[in-house]
Write a protein that binds this ligand. Structure first.
Ligand code: PLP
Length: 229
């Protein structure tokens, strides 16, 4: 707990400093704690330190921790690959999905989102570095998907999410995030109301904040190195 507290203090200072250095209003960057490969006890410790939004990549792992932590009012974010046969549970158990990149998945999430809940908050994942191994869409596919998703009543399209390829330096990191910001601006110019750029992780969050990230997804710099990825 003490080590998480220390890391969190350093991380929050880095975020505040980046907001200040790049002309972002204080508090404009939200911190999503990425808890994949971390036990429920670590999540509970981070929650006690004021974090309330947690991101998980793997469905089974996430569900087990949600069941363990039902007593805590955690806002759960799904940030991993969404499989079609998991859409029902994801639509019920998560407040956000950051990794939407297929229309058929969006349809299913919309269908299964319970009416008693607010709409599922979603970001579309963009493949900003053009890596074939990565999920995400770009170009016309992105624009078509965004306009289609924006029409679903049980989904609320908030913006874009990206995981750029590892870059050698700060300027290269920034260039990738700048492309994401520009895609978002194009979508806004086309009439969509978007307020979220989910970008930046432990190694590149300062560059992401410089380019307008509104939510950084941080695992290692809160919980320490993961046992296995
Ligand atoms: C693991 C992961 C993160 C956090 O990465 P760290 O380098 O540990 O901060 C953020 N986003 C996604 C999608 C991830 O899979």
């Amino acid at each position: 707990m003490e080590i998480i507290e220390q890391r969190l203090r350093i991380l929050r200072a880095r975020i505040n400093e980046a907001e200040c250095n790049f002309g972002r209003p204080p508090g404009s960057v939200r911190l999503l704690a990425v808890s994949k490969a971390q036990p429920g006890t670590a999540i509970a410790a981070a929650f006690a330190l004021g974090l309330n939004a947690f991101g998980e990549n793997y469905f089974q792992e996430a569900l087990a921790k949600q069941q363990e932590l039902t007593h805590l009012p955690i806002e759960w974010h799904f940030i991993g690959k969404v499989q079609r046969n998991k859409t029902k549970t994801i639509a019920r158990n998560f407040a956000w999905v950051h990794s939407l990149d297929r229309l058929d998945i969006a349809e299913k999430l919309n269908e299964y989102r319970p009416l008693v809940e607010v709409p599922l908050q979603v970001c579309i994942q963009v493949n900003v570095s053009g890596e074939e191994s990565k999920s995400g869409v770009t170009g016309q596919t992105l624009f078509d998907l965004a306009h289609a998703v924006a029409k679903f009543p049980r989904l609320r399209l908030r913006g874009l999410m990206a995981i750029p390829a590892k870059a050698d330096n700060f300027e290269q990191q920034r260039a990738a995030f700048q492309r994401v910001r520009e895609m978002q601006q194009q979508l806004i110019a086309q009439g969509l109301t978007l307020d979220t750029l989910s970008m930046g992780m432990s190694s590149d969050l300062v560059a992401a904040i410089a380019e307008g990230a509104t939510m950084v997804r941080v695992g290692t710099d809160i919980f320490g190195p993961r046992a296995q990825v």
